[in-house]
Ligand binder design. Structure first.
Ligand code: 0X9
Ligand code: ZN
Length: 295
């Protein structure tokens, strides 16, 4: 089964695609089993590796925010490219999680197109869900309204989806070089931190890698992604996944990509925009991997 880039796939279709990809490429692909979501969906990603010992690793997750449908096709494209090119697998082992919030993603298909959060109910409130990108255990901010779109959860890693990613990141800290969370929208390449505009120690490398990536994206079709500190370029946040991966010292290169909305698409780009967005961002992500592993 080939990934579809002309329409938005359901969670079940993406999961089936991952399994068929692994079955068809058993020598280099394996299921990355991170456990279960709150509602019991499999958190299945993919590991792509030539099997060499002592490899560095790179991580990509997509759609931790349910409604950001343009993100999973980007993760699927990464899988296509890395499967096709052994040299990419010589650079590092690749870990890719195409749907990081499967309950929310499914709900956004069946019930509410612009659902953002997880689907765990909040005790004492009719408002469901936690913002998974405020739930990571780095400077977690325990104050928030249940009904807020950025409710951080009842505790750090209260959401199993976040705990699963956090556990992977912390237990692979020795090999992890690059962490990328793929979101939409805004045409932004964001680097840590979200809680301060103070430059982090390797800010020059983070900007250089991000700029090389933005240049590669621009070269495809002229779209310019802007490279920014998260707090300065967007707004202040606590408990985001990229800041966790960087802040605990796991990934020296850590980013959030806010994809293009595909013209006037915002969170809901027309399916006809998927191919264009994916085609332009892939060279940028490849460049980012090459830069971060070389420096
Ligand atoms: O607010 C977010 O979680 C992300 N934007 S979105 O519109 N996709 O919701 C941006 C997160 C950027 N990273 C940090 N602030 N650490
Ligand atoms: Zn998002």
């Amino acid at each position: 089964r080939v990934a579809a880039y002309d329409r938005y796939m359901t969670f079940e279709e993406i999961d089936a695609h991952i399994h068929e990809t692994v079955d068809a490429n058993p020598d280099v692909a394996s299921i990355l089993d991170l456990g279960l979501s709150y509602e019991g969906r499999e958190l299945h990603g993919i590991k792509l590796s030539n099997g060499a010992a002592g490899q560095k690793s790179v991580w990509f997750d997509c759609a931790i925010h349910a409604r950001e449908w343009i993100a999973p096709p980007v993760c699927l494209r990464i899988i296509d490219e890395v499967l096709a090119d052994p040299a990419l697998r010589d650079l590092a082992d690749w870990y890719i999680l195409p749907v990081a919030n499967p309950d929310g993603y499914s709900y956004s298909h069946t019930d509410e197109r612009f659902w953002r959060k997880t689907r765990r109910p909040n005790e004492g409130s009719s408002c469901v869900g936690t913002d998974p990108n405020r739930n990571f255990d780095f400077l977690w901010d325990g104050v928030g309204d249940f009904c807020s779109e950025v409710y951080p959860g009842s505790s750090a890693f209260s959401e199993p989806e976040c705990g699963a990613i956090g556990n992977f990141v912390s237990s692979n800290a020795d090999s992890l070089v690059l962490y990328v969370a793929v979101h939409s929208y805004g045409e932004l390449i964001l680097y840590p931190f979200g809680h301060t505009v103070e430059p982090v120690p390797n800010v020059d490398d983070l900007i250089a890698a991000g700029t090389a990536s933005a240049d590669a994206i621009e070269a495809v079709g002229g779209t310019r992604y802007s490279v920014e500190n998260s707090a300065a370029g967007l707004y202040f946040t606590f408990g985001a996944s990229d800041d966790y991966a960087y802040g605990i010292g796991a990934a020296l290169y850590s980013y959030t990509y806010e994809l293009s909305g595909g013209g006037s698409g915002g969170f809901n780009p027309p399916a006809s925009a998927i191919q264009t967005v994916v085609d332009e961002v892939w060279p940028g992500l490849k460049t980012l991997v090459e830069y971060s592993l070389a420096n």
